[in-house]
Design a protein around this ligand. Structure first.
Ligand SMILES: Nc1ncnc2c1ncn2[C@@H]1O[C@H](COP(=O)(O)OP(=O)(O)OP(=O)(O)O)[C@@H](O)[C@H]1O
Ligand SMILES: [Mg+2]
Length: 194
């Protein structure tokens, strides 16, 4: 049976660390992931960023850590960056931004998946900044992205805003950079070698 707190977390799947083949992705330090699974980073209000190309396991590991937190009864919620922003935008239009920001700030652990995959309008970037600012040094957030930090200006349109967002995210953060092949393509790559 799925734990009630795991259900609340809205994870895209129930993949856990035991389902992750570390042998396939040698750039990932297994011990570092095990340390994160102690969930001390949540007590310390620290962030995690998974950075790397498609299919290397960013969403898998981010949700695995989230599921571990939810099982320990830590309020956790998983959301795609685009959906989060659409939600904040709608709330803003309906004059209920404050309560939405409070809602998203309340989770002890928020997972924001796919930063930079879809373009973000300048006004929407400001809404995103407000959430990051509220969570900064109070709550932990896990981010996944395929965009190098240097290129975040392009995601959030304005360099100053991108810097302010990045500054807050990275001040207390573990960055896990993954370099390697896509697990999704592994069978295709294997057959090419043959
Ligand atoms: N090392 C691995 N061992 C087992 N399964 C893996 C591994 N890496 C990835 N997967 C699986 O491959 C699929 C793609 O992984 P995932 O969704 O985490 O990629 P991603 O890095 O988030 O990619 P994207 O940037 O395209 O969102 C998932 O089904 C995931 O469970
Ligand atoms: Mg992903």
């Amino acid at each position: 049976m799925v734990h009630a707190m795991v259900k609340v977390g809205a994870f895209p799947n129930l993949k856990e660390v035991k389902d992750f083949e570390f042998e396939f992705q040698p750039s990932i330090n297994r011990q570092q992931i095990q340390d994160l699974l102690t969930l001390r980073f949540i007590e310390n209000q620290e962030n995690i960023v998974f950075l790397g190309p498609s299919g290397v396991g960013k969403t898998h590991l981010a949700s695995a850590i989230g599921i571990a937190a939810a099982k320990k009864r830590t309020s956790t919620y998983f959301v795609k960056c685009h959906d989060l922003i659409q939600n904040l935008k709608k709330a803003h239009l309906e004059n209920r931004l404050e309560s939405r920001l409070k809602h998203y700030t309340k989770y002890k652990l928020l997972i924001i998946d796919e930063i930079g995959y879809l373009p973000i309008e300048a006004d929407d970037a400001k809404l995103f900044f407000q959430l990051i600012d509220r969570r900064y040094e109070h709550r932990s957030t896990i981010f996944t992205t395929n965009v190098n930090f240097k290129e975040w200006d392009g995601i959030f349109q304005e360099a100053k805003l991108a810097n302010a967002i990045l500054d807050r995210i990275l001040h207390h953060a573990t960055v896990i950079t993954i370099v390697g092949d896509s697990y999704r393509l592994k069978d295709h790559l294997a057959s090419e070698d043959a």
